[in-house]
Design a protein. Sequence first.
Length: 66
Amino acid sequence: MMVKINGDPREVPDGFTVTALLDHLKMRSDRLAIERNLDILPRALWNETQVQPNDSFEIVHFVGGG
């Protein structure tokens, strides 16, 4: 199925949760914020939220520093 990730169209397998999508993209889930279809997706919902065709994700990785 097609989704958008940070503005880029991507083909991903059907049946993914958001957590599985992050694994597929080889993204560590710590220090991430995810917006799905213009709404912030709370971390507590990542395991149960199914990725749907044409979903649009903005995934931001926070970097620490001093």
